[in-house]
Ligand binder design. Structure first.
Ligand code: ASP
Length: 305
């Protein structure tokens, strides 16, 4: 068994001028997670640390820099899962929390519940002294411009969304620690111009993420409305349990998404031996991983869609 961390920085049509930022951001996140693992820390601490780095990085659709909803503000979803005991925590549609993944962990560890949304989730964050922010602190100029363009298009009766509106995505991480424990985490601003209150696949256990210490872990990105109907992360972990290797498990789950819903996405999968699978059916997907003896392997995969 080997320690390992794998992260993704979203799928879709990552534009050429943002590719380098995605590679840098996912690499930094993987290194931060690896730091935790290499000093004997838990997989749970490692995935939280990695995701926090990407929530702080405006490159990604998570934390600061997220897509804006139809009313022009950010609502964040996140989740975390511990493969040791299948414990999970999730938050949906939070507006004032700097690190939703840490709040998701607090839901898991400090409440009797698995998911809190909106105001209730924010109240817990405040009560526990987690870092809060003003909704405007999560907005960057790039996304404000995208939102203005989209609003103009809608006003002009512009029909369906242009495909390039989806320029990046959710962030996620899966890790295997020294003691053989697996964990997964995910964080997102969801989809651009989504309805207020829309919650995607990411915080739904089995859809956005799954970690089973007896089998493996998987984290999704892509079209949430499809992913949550096929429970894509669980489908990948089930494929591992049935004997598929991580790459085949990821491809099989994405195939179910496409065949049954017409949706596209990406997956990272990690098994109990530290073997990693990456697959996507979107145009691109950003990733990074570290395994013992190797440096960080990072890049943007192309040609999945
Ligand atoms: N799956 C995310 C959602 O639907 C978006 C993404 O991964 O790009 O909220």
């Amino acid at each position: 068994m080997r320690t390992a961390i794998v992260v993704h920085g979203g799928a879709w049509n990552i534009p050429d001028d943002l590719v380098e930022d995605h590679v840098r951001g996912t690499s930094r996140a993987a290194r931060e997670g690896w730091k935790v693992l290499s000093r004997g820390g838990s997989a749970l601490d490692a995935v939280e640390a990695a995701v926090r780095v990407m929530e702080d990085d405006p490159t990604f659709d998570a934390g600061v820099g997220s897509f804006l909803n139809e009313e022009g503000f950010v609502e964040l979803d996140a989740a975390i899962m511990d493969g040791r005991d299948l414990k999970a925590g999730a938050v949906g549609a939070v507006r004032r929390v700097r690190h939703p993944v840490t709040l998701a962990r607090a839901v898991m560890e400090r409440t009797e519940h698995v998911m809190l949304v909106g105001e209730g989730a924010e109240r817990l964050a405040e009560r526990l002294g987690l870092e809060m922010c003003a909704p405007g602190d999560l907005i960057v100029e790039r996304e404000l411009e995208r939102w203005r363009r989209e609003r103009e298009r809608e006003r002009a009766g512009g029909g369906g969304r242009p495909p390039d509106i989806f320029s990046g995505g959710t962030v996620g991480a899966a890790a295997l620690d020294d003691s053989g424990n697996l964990a997964a985490a995910v964080s997102t601003g969801g989809t651009p111009f989504k309805m207020v209150g829309r919650v995607g696949d990411s915080p739904i256990v089995g859809a956005g993420l799954y970690a089973d210490g007896e089998v493996g872990a998987a984290v999704s990105t892509g079209w949430g409305e499809g992913i949550m109907r096929v429970l894509m992360a669980k489908a990948a972990v089930d494929a591992l349990a049935a004997g598929a290797d991580p790459g085949a498990a990821a491809e099989g789950a994405l195939d179910i998404l496409l065949r049954r819903t017409g949706g596209r996405g990406g997956l990272i999968v990690l098994d109990r031996e530290g073997e990693i699978g990456l697959a996507h059916t979107t145009a691109r997907m950003a990733y990074a991983y570290i395994r013992p003896g190797g440096g960080v392997e990072a890049g943007v995969l192309v040609g999945g869609g």
